[in-house]
Design a protein around this ligand. Structure first.
Ligand SMILES: [Zn+2]
Length: 450
């Protein structure tokens, strides 16, 4: 992945500190002095770190706790009561579990969409710092306890006050934005329609301009978003967001399933981004985003894995395959979305969504050294003819062997160096069991439990 889309055979990448210094044929890449150390990548493919632009860190702990149900029930009966019983220890345990999974499947940066105060922002930010990942952490901003026209359906533990939310974003921004060698960013996480008053959206837009930071929000994920915007505001969802000043290049809208042609035009003109989440949309039966058409209208589209109860994994490699296949079957046209386009969505488009396209998203001299290595010496990745095809259609997250972020080897031969895998998995199992008990929710195998 570079501006020319070169597939370099027998290539080398030279990293100096946190930056890519050279990339090209091995015979051409020459360090000035002898390299401090080398990683042998024979039989392997090096690609840019994957960019997940829609993640819920707190949902890793409730993976598999809300299967086979539709969005509003999913939120009201399972996800909100569970998350509404979180404490800061749960928040940290879930974030660490989630980051472990992302590092192990080649994701080097993520956009967290909605962090409730009760998950413990500082603890999570400390975990991001320790993990070595890049993380864009969006603090939830909301004032109404509903979703669309479904008023007051939110679990009491999830309700927050608008003014307090705004103040907290500013405090977190001051404390954390640009910390961990610039790996951590703090954004606004606006709740979806029915969760904020129009005035609060305007305050978010003003705040993001003042701080020079981003905003992310679920938009037109389900048809209810459209019904609500038309009934309450006489507009389509993106038209309304434009009216309150929340459409711009610093904005990432998650899903965008029900956006219309006119709305694509607004997003395209203002440079706003859409995080497409195919697995989540399929599992919750939310609908099928018209991705190639939106891209044709000039909207930047990146990818997102969403969360533990909606996907149910944080594996961008599997998500790439889902993205390609979903569009093919929707349009009944296998040419509609190529493996190459999908790999762009997972890398350089993701970087653009986060306004980081100058720093990450491709392997080019002068960019940050965020790299992933996949071994192709495996039956399911043989024969090697078109590596892009294998990455999108044949590989899975567990094929990633090495993950490098900011010039540091975070995972080598599948061993994560920055986080204690055994302890995190043990802790997550323990905390999840206690959380279910506290929330009074029983999830058991639906088959005969013995
Ligand atoms: Zn989401």
């Amino acid at each position: 992945m570079d501006s020319k889309r070169r597939v370099i055979k027998d290539g080398s990448v030279l990293i100096e500190d946190d930056m890519i210094a050279q990339v090209g044929k091995s015979t051409d890449v020459k360090p000035q002095n002898r390299a401090e150390f080398e990683i042998d990548a024979k039989g392997k493919v090096v690609l840019p770190g994957l960019v997940d632009t829609h993640v819920h860190l707190a949902q890793a702990l409730i993976r598999g706790c809300a299967d086979d149900t539709s969005l509003i029930d999913w939120l009201q009966k399972f996800v909100w009561p569970l998350q509404g019983n979180f404490d800061a220890q749960d928040g940290k345990a879930s974030a660490e579990l989630c980051m472990l999974e992302m590092i192990k499947s080649g994701t080097t940066i993520f956009l967290e969409s909605l962090l409730h105060s009760r998950y413990g922002f500082d603890g999570i930010a400390e975990s991001v710092e320790r993990s070595g990942m890049r993380g864009v952490l969006s603090k939830t901003v909301m004032s109404l306890p509903g979703y669309g026209s479904e008023k007051s359906i939110m679990h009491p533990g999830m309700i927050e006050d608008g003014e307090t939310c705004l103040r907290e974003v500013e405090n977190h921004f001051k404390r954390w934005n640009g910390k961990a060698d610039g790996r951590i960013r703090v954004w606004y996480g606006a709740r979806s329609l029915g969760g904020c008053t129009p005035g609060l959206y305007t305050q978010i837009a003003d705040g993001s301009k003042r701080l020079g930071t981003g905003v992310t929000m679920h938009l037109s994920e389900v048809e209810e978003d459209v019904r609500y915007a038309r009934k309450e505001y006489g507009k389509m969802p993106a038209e309304f967001m434009d009216q309150v000043g929340l459409v711009g290049s610093n904005v990432v809208f998650a899903h965008g399933v029900w956006l219309t042609e006119n709305e694509w035009g607004i997003l395209s003109r203002k440079g706003a981004n859409v995080a497409h989440c195919p697995s989540s949309n399929m599992k919750l039966a939310s609908g099928t985003a018209r991705v190639p058409e939106m891209m044709g209208a000039g909207v930047n589209i990146s990818l997102g894995c969403d969360g533990g109860p909606s996907n149910n994994c944080y594996d961008m490699i599997r998500e790439m395959k889902a993205a390609a296949l979903l569009q093919k079957v929707r349009t009944m046209n296998p040419l509609t979305m190529s493996a190459e386009t999908v790999l762009e969505m997972a890398t350089i488009n993701g970087a653009r969504s986060l306004s980081l396209q100058q720093q990450i998203g491709s392997i080019e001299a002068g960019k940050k050294a965020d790299l992933v290595m996949i071994s192709f010496r495996k039956p399911h990745l043989t024969p090697v003819i078109n590596p892009v095809s294998h990455i999108v259609y044949a590989a899975e997250g567990s094929d990633v062997e090495t993950t490098i972020i900011d010039g540091k080897i975070i995972m080598e031969n599948r061993v994560v160096k920055s986080l204690d895998e055994e302890q995190i998995v043990h802790n997550a199992n323990d905390r999840a069991a206690k959380l279910l008990k506290r929330a009074g929710i029983e999830i058991a195998p639906r088959w005969v439990a013995e």
